[in-house]
Design a protein around this ligand. Structure first.
Ligand code: SAM
Length: 283
């Protein structure tokens, strides 16, 4: 991060017209690789407010001064801007639908590439690996798991470090089907790890969904949940077009309950489940 001149904006309370928010966001964008303009303003304000409270900054210009005097604050701010909450089998119904309809269809396709986009600390990627393992085990075809490659990507390095460590607190497994727990996620005292069979299927890398190329081409399944909800409409559409290009023909896109395909990308995806927001690439 380069030293930055102080932002000369009036110190009026957040939420007031000309409260210095625009100047602060321009500063953050200039100093970091985080594309603030793609995110919904109210989300940005909420997340920045977390750091302002932590640093007792009562206005955006005051917080800009904190950033000027302590560049380490940029890292803490980026950590706050990326909401990293996740867990295994989050919103379990979506995973049940994947187990019933998506995994069996992919299993017949042979070599399978999966992208967990915005994977946070890896629980989503390992959950998808567990679905494939369950399917293979039921058919006595575990050796065929070698053809499944799952890539988890995220913009947040600390989350990816946790994904690589693959050691999770017990509450992260609250929605996990109990029969998968002991065989695939061995107990490690007060936490659980991830079995070598699953780890062999999953790799992680850093990537910005809005700026970097996808980690590969021709994905059979892209899972991107609880990510696009934070983006503005234009960025959402751009990301869906990116996913369309990254999918193989007939490939699945799983967004989960809180997100949906809107705008121009609608014609590119056919719904498999409108409720769980599961789609297939049609064009
Ligand atoms: C709420 S978590 C969702 C994790 C998981 N997909 C789930 O549903 O449980 C959102 C994740 O998206 C990541 N993220 C946000 N913007 C991103 C971007 N532009 N590129 C890559 N990852 C991003 C955040 O770092 C965070 O880890």
């Amino acid at each position: 991060m380069t030293p930055h001149a102080r932002v000369p904006v009036p110190a009026v309370p957040p939420g007031t017209a000309d409260d210095g928010f625009t100047a602060l966001v321009a500063k953050i964008t200039a100093e970091t690789s985080f594309g603030c303009s793609s995110y919904k303003e109210r989300c940005l304000r909420r997340r920045i407010a977390v750091r302002m409270r932590a640093r007792s900054a009562e206005s955006y210009p005051a917080y800009a001064q904190v950033l000027d005097s302590d560049t380490g604050e940029y890292l803490r701010l980026l950590d706050a801007l990326t909401v990293n909450v996740t867990r295994f089998f989050r919103d379990r119904v979506t995973f049940d639908l994947m187990a019933a309809q998506v995994i069996p269809a992919l299993w017949q396709r042979g070599a399978t590439r999966v992208w967990s986009a915005g994977t946070a600390s890896g629980e989503e990627a390992y959950s998808v690996a567990a679905l494939f393992h369950q399917h293979a085990h039921a058919r006595g075809e575990e050796e065929a798991l070698a053809r499944v490659r799952i890539t988890g990507t995220d913009i947040d390095r600390a989350s990816l470090d946790a994904a690589h460590r693959a050691c999770y607190a017990l509450h992260a497994f609250a929605e996990m089907p109990p029969e998968l727990l002991d065989p695939l996620f061995p107990a490690l005292g007060e936490s659980r790890g991830v079995s070598p069979a699953l780890r062999a299927m999953v790799r992680f890398e850093r990537g910005d969904l809005l700026r970097d190329p996808p980690p590969a081409a021709g994905f059979d399944l892209i899972v991107c949940r609880n990510v696009i909800i934070y983006l503005g409409q234009a960025a959402q559409e751009e990301l869906l077009l990116r996913f369309h290009r990254a999918l193989a023909p007939g490939g699945f896109l799983v967004l989960g309950r809180v997100e949906t395909v809107l705008g121009a990308p609608r014609r590119l995806f056919a719904p498999v489940s409108t409720r769980e927001r599961v789609y297939r690439r049609v064009a």
